[in-house]
Design a binder for this molecule. Structure first.
Ligand code: FES
Length: 197
C-alpha cells in the first residue's frame, strides 16, 4: 500500500468522528509554528510556562479561564491556549494549541494521573504526524482524533497513539489547580508538532 493509499483508508475511517472545535482552516497554519518574523522572547509566542492559565479557544466561554467543572466528564476534549499570569494570550505560535479533557481519575493511567488535576488532562493539540489539529472525537472509543488522517490518541493514557499514521504520543502538559482554574504545572513533556518540524 502506498502512503497515499494509506491516508485514503485513514480518511475513510475517521470521517464518522465528530468535530469539537476549530477546523481545517487552522491546520494550514499549524505547520508553520512561529509567525513570520516572530521574536522568540515575545510572551505571546512562548510555549506554555508554569503558572500560565488555560483559556478556552472556542465555544460560549471562549477567552475565559477553564475550571475543571466546565469540561464534560468523559470527553470530548476542548481546545485551549495558555495565557500568562499577566494575561498575555500565547496565541502567537500555533504550536501552543492545547486540548484538555476531564475523566474519572480512576480511569487514568498512573503516569497520566500524576500530571492531572481533578481528572483533567492537557496535551498539545498538534498532531505528531503532519501537525494538523487534534480536533475530532470518537464517542465509540472515547478518544481524540486528528482531523486530517485519523490518528487516534488515548488521552487517559498519556495520549498514546492507538491508530493512524502519527509516529508517537502527543506531548503532555502537567496541570494543577489554582483559584479554581486550570494552571500549567510544568513544561511540555516532549517535542511538540509533526514529524517534519
Ligand atoms: S496530520 Fe496526519 S494524522 Fe494528524
Amino acid at each position: 500500500m502506498t502512503e497515499r493509499d494509506g491516508c485514503r483508508v485513514w480518511n475513510m475511517k475517521w470521517r464518522r468522528r465528530r468535530m469539537v472545535g476549530g477546523g481545517l482552516a487552522l491546520a494550514a497554519g499549524l505547520a508553520t509554528g512561529l509567525a513570520p518574523g516572530a521574536r522568540a522572547e515575545d510572551p505571546s509566542e512562548m510555549p506554555p510556562q508554569p503558572g500560565d492559565r488555560l483559556v478556552f479557544l472556542t465555544g460560549p466561554k471562549k477567552g475565559t479561564a477553564i475550571k475543571p467543572d466546565d469540561l464534560p466528564l468523559g470527553g470530548p476534549q476542548a481546545q485551549a491556549y495558555p495565557a500568562s499570569p499577566e494575561g498575555v494570550l500565547r496565541e502567537g505560535s500555533r504550536l501552543n494549541l492545547l486540548i484538555v479533557a476531564r475523566f474519572d481519575p480512576a480511569q487514568l493511567a498512573p503516569e497520566t494521573l500524576a500530571r492531572a488535576t481533578d481528572g483533567v488532562v492537557a496535551y498539545s493539540g498538534v498532531c505528531t504526524h503532519q501537525a494538523c489539529p487534534v480536533n475530532a472525537w470518537s464517542d465509540e472509543q472515547k478518544m481524540a482524533v486528528c482531523s486530517c488522517h485519523g490518528s487516534t490518541y488515548d488521552l487517559r493514557d498519556g495520549a498514546k497513539l492507538v491508530f493512524g499514521p502519527a509516529p508517537h504520543a502527543l506531548a503532555a502538559l502537567p496541570l494543577k489547580r489554582a483559584d479554581d482554574v486550570l494552571v500549567v504545572a510544568d513544561k511540555f513533556t516532549r517535542h511538540v508538532g509533526g514529524e517534519m518540524m
